[in-house]
Design a protein. Structure first.
Length: 219
């Protein structure tokens, strides 16, 4: 007699290897996506910081030029009234250089704090609002909704004294040997003014402080 054997198909044991590999690839793709997203956010922040820094520097430079223009245009209108700190266009934001004046030039003086403070300060300074004092830089312009500053730029002016030729001391000038009307080698009516401007970008934490010196007639 013949014996017939029926062979049953073997069941292959499945250990989930494909699922593990798929999860590993998914994890790798997630890490790559997060890394790319992080780099994009970092680049965006760097670009924003650079833009704020440029806006602050341009704003401070604009305030400097505005103060210089005020000095320059005022000298062409002088008559019997000299251009002096505390009067006319220089009232309220101009200081005569005097290191002995602690209220102005001491460690906590008005000018010292304005020139050296790491935080925003506008005490004792003049706000610059563009031509005709009519521009508010903290309000977005039409069509430039993001182009605004956190604060309007401010500046102050210091009268550093009469401009002297090389080799002429201030003591000699004050003695009357030189200066306007004396006929000496230092005869001049030009004063040297130091202008300090402070400005922010779109973010109040981004600041720039710029200085310039400017010579103009005082009488």
């Amino acid at each position: 007699m013949m014996q017939v054997r029926f062979l049953r198909p073997r069941r292959h044991t499945q250990h989930g290897a494909v699922l593990v590999v798929a999860l590993i690839f998914l994890l790798l793709l997630t890490i790559l996506a997060m890394s790319a997203s992080g780099r994009s956010l970092l680049q965006e922040r760097m670009a924003g910081g650079l833009r704020n820094a440029q806006m602050a520097e341009i704003s401070a430079d604009t305030a400097l030029r505005g103060a210089e223009w005020t000095l320059w245009t005022s000298t062409s209108k002088l008559t019997a009234t000299p251009l002096l700190c505390g009067s006319g266009v220089l009232s309220g934001s101009c200081y005569r250089y005097d290191p002995a004046n602690a209220a102005v030039y001491g460690n906590a003086g008005t000018v010292t704090k304005f020139r050296t403070s790491p935080t925003w300060i506008a005490t004792g300074a003049q706000t610059h609002r563009g031509p005709g004092n009519s521009v508010n830089y903290t309000v977005p312009s039409s069509g430039y909704e993001t182009a605004r500053l956190a604060n309007n730029p401010v500046y102050l002016i210091e009268d550093m004294g009469v401009e002297l030729p090389p080799g002429v001391s201030s003591a000699l000038h004050e003695s009357g040997s030189t200066g306007t009307g004396s006929g000496g080698v230092g005869s001049t009516s030009r004063h040297v003014y130091r202008v300090t401007a402070r400005a922010t970008g779109g973010d109040k934490n981004t600041m720039r402080v710029l200085e310039s010196t400017f010579a103009a007639k005082s009488n």
